[in-house]
Design a protein around this ligand. Structure first.
Ligand code: SF4
Ligand code: SF4
Length: 370
């Protein structure tokens, strides 16, 4: 039995409840305020896809097929030990996956509006957040008070501030750590039993990186090409594009995705009533399932100004229609506003197209020299 399975078993034996989550729209503060542990269940494992394809269409996004494959085979201890799985009506694939999943697991799906721009949508989402609070209270037999919510907000806002500080290092030239190392740090947050311990780990990491900066150590030479990666979530195991970019001697200085900085940029407002503030923050997540999605474009202003990329690489999972269509919108926006080179890469979890992607990335790097 793996270390994590043992820890999960111990947590369960101690009476802890576990909530498995699939999306950046899941309001983690509510889960923590209910005294439960929150884990991400999004899978980046290629070998789980075949199992997912036994039920789901082959032309679905690999993240959905892999996540479903892990769930249906009970290979993922986080899924296995989850008392409740939290889903949201984001893309069509995920919505339908949750329908199937609810046949063998307790799943609650939050109904997400398709826009964050109008008052009706905000009210609708606030009601969904209230409903989730009620469900957590009922199922876990706890009361989620404003005081508990405020405590959870402070805890997670502190995490967000620390991740912002960590990201600040990537504005430097030379960059002290690689994008791949940064991704490992981001990915680690998905498997945390103790959030305070995680915050301490990030603080230690900030000190270590500061030491590297002070002693002139760097992951890439000064003047190396700087790339911002955007698009779909790309965790460890599904990070080949990030690896290839860095193998081509360019530094990935920012990841504008749900496995990167997307969820850390905006804090929960600590001056508003806690439930409203939580609902507001999560609804404003700039995912391509929102239509239109102007916040994603607007956030590129400070990214380009502060991280000074030579190019933007947009990663799209095959079968992800929303990010695929939005790629065109983003490309036009970045060209018209910043005249910045843009590369769209559509791929999956397999390794078969590695060399093809490498050739395209190399050609893109040549282009950014002009
Ligand atoms: S990209 Fe969209 S659907 Fe996927 S995890 Fe992020 S917010 Fe959720
Ligand atoms: S990458 Fe696209 S298709 Fe896949 S789960 Fe996220 S939004 Fe859905």
């Amino acid at each position: 039995m793996s270390d994590i399975s043992i820890k999960l078993q111990q947590a369960k034996a101690a009476g802890k409840k576990i909530v498995g989550m699939y999306c950046a729209y899941g309001p983690t503060e509510l889960v923590l305020a209910a005294g439960a542990i929150a884990f991400s269940l999004c899978s980046t494992k290629e070998d789980a896809i075949a199992e997912g394809e036994k039920t789901l269409p082959r032309n679905f996004c690999p993240m959905i097929k892999s996540s479903y494959g892990m769930a249906v085979t009970d290979k993922c201890p986080f899924f296995l030990y989850s008392d409740l799985v939290l889903g949201e009506t984001t893309c069509d694939g995920k919505k339908k996956m949750f329908e199937l999943m609810s046949q063998f697991k307790r799943v609650h799906v939050m109904r997400l509006p398709s826009s964050y721009q109008d008052e009706n949508a905000r009210q609708y989402w606030f009601d969904e957040v209230k409903k989730l609070k009620h469900i957590l209270e009922q199922e876990f037999k706890v009361e989620i008070t404003d005081a508990k919510l405020t405590e959870a907000i402070k805890l997670l806002n502190n995490e967000r501030r620390l991740m912002q500080r960590l990201s600040e290092f990537m504005k430097l030239d030379p960059v002290p750590i690689s994008g791949q190392d940064m991704l490992r740090l981001h990915w680690g947050r998905n498997f945390i039993l103790d959030r305070t311990e995680f915050a301490s780990q990030i603080e230690e990491m900030i000190e270590l990186i500061q030491d590297r900066v002070d002693t002139g150590e760097a992951a890439f030479p000064k003047g190396a090409k700087r790339i911002v990666v955007t698009g779909v979530p790309t965790g460890i195991g599904a990070d080949k594009v990030i690896q290839i970019i860095e193998e081509c001697d360019a530094a990935v200085v920012y990841m504008e995705s749900c496995t990167g900085m997307k969820t850390y940029v905006q804090l929960v407002d600590e001056n508003k009533p806690p439930l409203e503030a939580i609902a507001e923050k999560y609804l404003m997540t700039p995912c391509s399932c929102m239509s239109p999605n102007p916040i994603r474009l607007e956030r590129f202003g400070p990214i380009i100004e502060e991280y000074r990329p030579d190019g933007v690489v947009d990663i799209i999972w095959q079968g992800c229609h929303t990010y695929n269509v939005e790629s065109r919108v983003l490309k036009d926006y970045l060209r018209d506003t910043y005249n910045i080179p843009f590369l769209r890469i559509e791929t999956d979890y397999s390794q078969g197209d590695r060399e093809q992607i490498r050739t395209r990335v190399q050609a893109f790097m040549e282009m950014t020299k002009e």
